[in-house]
Each structure stands twice: as structure tokens, then as C-alpha cells.
Design a protein around this ligand. Sequence first.
Ligand code: COA
Length: 337
Amino acid sequence: MSATSSSASGAPRAAVTATGHFVPERRLTNADLEELVDTNDEWIRKRTGIVERRILDDDQATSDMATEAAEEVLDARGIGADEIDVIIVATVTPDMQFPATACLVQDRIGASNAWGFDLSAACSGFLYGLTTGAQFIESGRFDTVLVIGADTMSAITDFTDRTTCVLFGDAAGAVLLERDDEMGLVDAVHHTDGSGSRFLCMEGGGSRNPPTHRTVDEKMHYIHQEGRPVFKFAVTRMADACVEIMDRNDLEPDDVRYLVPHQANLRIIEAAANRMGLDAEKVMINIDRFGNTTAATIPLCLYEWENDLQRGDGIVLTAFGGGFTWGASYLTWAYDS
Ligand code: COA
């Protein structure tokens, strides 16, 4: 049900050496949603912290956003795509069931020496992807790993369901992982509890319910979420994971420059920060502008706050999502912007 990891002392660390992002231009505001469903700006702000979210054009897909984010990473780092060894795309909204979105990104950016795969862990996707990518570097087997979180949530959102359509948005974020002797991913705690799967899922389109007229009529190709039980679980488990990572690494609040939380609900984020003893200015929050972009929230934050980070800064990343999946990671930042 749970697992932990930390690199052995003396082993190289996998450090974030560049970030990138993509957000669509089209904004969907709370006022826009008032036109679609029986909701209001005050309810959405108070219950979630969201003011607007971005929606991808109909003729675009997750790989388009992931490609933009990847190219921005390469530009920022000043390396060619042929230097990438591995591409991991965390997503629950791949362009297709197969091939993996990572393959499409590999082709689009021209990463001729890379292999890659998609990772499905919903809102914990980027956190899981970071740990997975780091293993390749810590083992010494690969040097350059691109970890992308990208989701087109609008493609699986029922815009007649007010309980879900106010929450989600579209975006991509990406980081490059490379070896560093001192800085990088120090520790990670990850958990899974599949008994929560029924509370947050997309029931149609897989092998259990292959797409048919019935699955479409019954709206099984959309996100199904029972908000209250998910909230209850998320609010405690995310905070628990943050405390767990702090305890394991003897971290005091002063040791944490920033908390980088998955952006699902402002109240869940605040509960985690409170349990960690962190002041509000130490928490990266952009849920007001982008909503819940699933695997993209954490790398999007890293991209936006990159200029505030310096080599040696300690940051805690945390996520909770469908599965249930959740966890927290402790990372030391490797570069000054
Ligand atoms: N606008 C107005 N009213 C709404 C609404 C909306 N968009 N959505 C639901 N409501 C209503 C409900 O119907 C309910 O009405 P009732 O009391 O007459 O039955 C009332 O608001 C309260 O609903 P509830 O579901 O209890 O609200 P909540 O405080 O739990 O907030 C969520 C709803 C979805 C914001 C919240 O449950 C949540 O954030 N859940 C977790 C999301 C999450 O973390 N997902 C996992 C990570 S991806």
C-alpha cells in the first residue's frame, strides 16, 4: 500500500536543471461557468479558491501541450532534443489509449535517442514521475530525463455537471532531471489505496467498459467524482504525507523554502501548510488562475516560481489524486535562475 525511497548516501542525486510549461490562451472564468450550470463565483471561490481556468482548443490534444513544455525546457537548458535519454509523460488524458503520449512527444521534439512511456497516477502523476525519473539517474544508467505532467481535463469534463466542471483546467509543465553531486531529490514517500477508486474515476473507455453508445449515453467517458469523501481523504492524507517527509528528513519549517502542493482545492493546500507550520508566503498557489490541471499543477508551479529559487533551497512537493494516490517529496533546488 505504501513505499518510501531515498538515494543512498554518496550516490548521485537527480536534480531539476530546467523547467517549462504550456497553458492555453482561452480562459474559462467563474462568470462563464455561471452561464453553463447552476453555480456562482462566490461558491466556487469560497469552496475551491478557483477564479478561472484555461481550456485547450478543440483541435489540440495533450501531446501538443506536452511538446510545448518540453521545447521550453530544452531552450532553458540550452541542449538539443537528441541529448534526452528518457521521456516520462504523466497524464490521465493521453491523446490515444496507445501509443503513449511520450512517443508522440519524442517524435515532435526530435528526441532521436530517447525512449519513453506514460505514467498514470492522476493528480499524483508528476510526483510519481519525478521519483521514477530520478531512479534512472541515481542508478547511473541514464543521464537526462524529461518528466512532463500534462492533462487536457476539458476533454473528460461534463460541462453540465456543476460538481466537477468548476474544478478542472488544461495545462502542461515539465522538468529536466540530470545528475548533481549534492542537490536533487532527497527523499520521497508514496502511497496508494485502491479502495478509493470508486470515488474518483472515469469508468468508460477502458477494458471494463469499452466505448459503446451506452457508455456515452451514461456519460461514462467523463470524470466521476464524489467530492465529499475525496475531500475528507485528501485533506488528511496530503498533510500526513508532508509531516511524514519532514519527520523522515528532520526538517523544521525554516528548512522548507517552499511547499509545492498539487492544486485541487485551496482548503486542502492550507491544511497541509498548517500541519507543516509554514507561513502562507512559503506556499506556491496558482489554483486561482489555472484550477486543477491534474498532472500539470506541480511542474507549472515550479516553472512560475523558478526565479524565486536558489541552489540549496529545500522544497517539499505533495499531491493527492485518483486511485487514491498520494505522497510527498523532498527536493533541494540545484540552480539560481
Ligand atoms: N456551485 C454551487 N453549488 C454547488 C456546486 C457548484 N459548482 N457544486 C456542488 N454544489 C452544492 C452541492 O450540491 C451541495 O448542495 P446541498 O447541500 O444542497 O446538497 C453543496 O453545494 C455542498 O456540496 P459539497 O459537495 O458538500 O461541497 P464541498 O464543500 O465538499 O465542496 C468540492 C465540493 C468538490 C469543491 C470539494 O468536495 C472538493 O474539493 N473535493 C475534493 C476535490 C479533490 O481534491 N479531488 C482530488 C484531487 S484531484
